[in-house]
Write a protein that binds this ligand. Structure first.
Ligand SMILES: *Cc1c(COP(=O)(O)O)cnc(C)c1O
Length: 405
């Protein structure tokens, strides 16, 4: 289940269907097999004899049974699938959450005395991690403007070791000039890490763009059904060994049932993303034309900072974006959200259902300021009929107007 028979590179939708389904994990050795690698639940691995046990301990093959923490075909299949979605990847490690993936990727790269450059629009728990735990371990963090581009060279000092990117940024969707930052990083021997949760490898193949370690909150689009927490880090050949060692030393592993659910989600990720993209574009376009809305913060719109980078580098847009009201206060924003019937009120995203939350990005910024026309709402556009979502949003806007006066 790898490349097409004529060696032509296969498409993304084909790859998410075929990836990770190695015969060794699905076949019985007698010419028969099942479609999905089964759920192997294991802590103890039993060896036939002492010699086999001894040889297993010295084996570096990630696909050999050794101990429950190092996984079984159920977890290997998912990790293998994520690796094959990233051209240039050498391996993938799985984590119990996206935050655990971010923390472990950073710890695999940084040592006491190092400085990290972190994008100012990073996911808030990433900020907290650097400002508390990493700081306690002697690692300093310097924030940078998401639109800094090649100007990041001016921030690099003797202790700088790595650059962390997230593009588009959390809550406000600034699109970074990733090629420019990667070029500066390479010239200075720095490691680059990217939180690629929004785009996934289908819309932004990160390692092919020169990123060293790419991180997904699989909780979002890989799982896709709002019922499992998981994270992954995929690394190129220069970084995979340190990533694997750090993960094992920290004891990270994921349950086979969760890995199986995430694999099930992955099989439909290409068609889900295509629909998320279509519906979100339609709804963002509708909102953009409304008098109540000052600005849509969606990478595919020219009103979004870094839009040109999006057009140049990305293959698509997923279903998460924000918009800024033209005036109004907290109560008017709450009236809008509380009126929606098809949009749940909840963090996380990437499932089949639509969500709406109030966001206040200015509270989570260190070196950039915001001058917004009004309060901001973040929407996750799910897989419902977009006409129904628009009708719902229309009712929400009426409630906003009624409170706003
Ligand atoms: C949700 C999210 C995470 C964290 O993932 P969890 O699985 O919830 O820990 C990391 N980065 C981004 C951009 C996210 O949206």
């Amino acid at each position: 289940m790898n490349d097409a028979p004529d060696d032509r590179p296969i498409g993304d939708a084909t790859r998410v269907v075929t990836a990770g389904r190695r015969a060794a994990w699905t076949h019985d050795g007698n010419g028969r097999g099942i479609v999905n690698p089964p759920v192997w639940r294991a802590s103890t691995i039993l060896y036939d004899d002492v010699a086999t046990m001894r040889s297993a301990a010295s084996l570096s093959d990630p696909h050999a049974l050794f101990y429950g923490r190092k996984g079984t075909p159920t977890q290997w299949s998912l990790a293998d699938a994520l690796t094959s979605l990233e051209p240039g990847a050498a391996g993938t490690m799985l984590y119990p959450s996206g935050v655990a993936a971010i923390a472990t990727a950073l710890m695999s790269v940084l040592s006491p005395g190092d400085e990290l450059l972190l994008v100012d629009s990073a996911y808030d728990p990433t900020r907290s991690l650097t400002l508390s735990l990493l700081k306690r371990y002697g690692i300093a963090t310097r924030f940078y403007d998401p639109l800094i581009g090649a100007g990041i060279a001016d921030l690099i000092g003797e202790r700088t070791r790595a650059i962390f990117l997230e593009s588009p940024g959390s809550l406000t969707f600034e699109v970074q000039d990733i090629p420019a930052i990667v070029a500066v990083a390479k010239a200075h021997g720095l490691v680059t890490l990217l939180d690629n949760t929004w785009a996934t490898p289908l819309f932004f193949p990160a390692l092919a763009h020169g990123i060293d370690l790419t991180i997904l909150a699989c909780t979002k689009y890989v799982v896709g059904h709002s019922d499992v927490m998981m994270g992954s880090v995929t690394a190129g050949p220069d970084h995979v060994a340190a990533l694997r060692d750090t993960s094992h030393q920290l004891g990270h592993c994921v349950s086979p049932d969760d890995a199986w659910l995430a694999s099930r989600g992955l099989r439909t990720m290409a068609v889900r993303l295509a629909q998320h993209q279509r519906s979100a574009m339609r709804i963002a376009t509708w909102l953009d034309a409304r008098p109540e809305i000052a600005r849509v913060l969606h990478p595919a719109f020219p009103s979004c900072p870094g839009h040109d980078h999006f057009v140049r580098d990305f293959k698509g847009a997923s279903g998460l974006f924000s918009f800024v009201f033209d005036g109004g206060d907290e109560a008017a924003r709450a009236a809008f959200i509380d009126t929606l019937a098809l949009f749940g009120i909840g963090y996380s995203w990437g499932g089949f259902e639509s969500l709406a939350i109030p966001v206040d990005p200015a509270r989570h910024r260190s070196v950039t300021t915001r001058a917004d026309a009004g309060p901001i709402v973040r929407l996750q556009i799910g897989l419902e009929d977009p006409d129904d979502l628009i009708a719902d949003l229309d009712r929400g806007l009426a409630a906003y107007r009624a409170v706003r006066g």
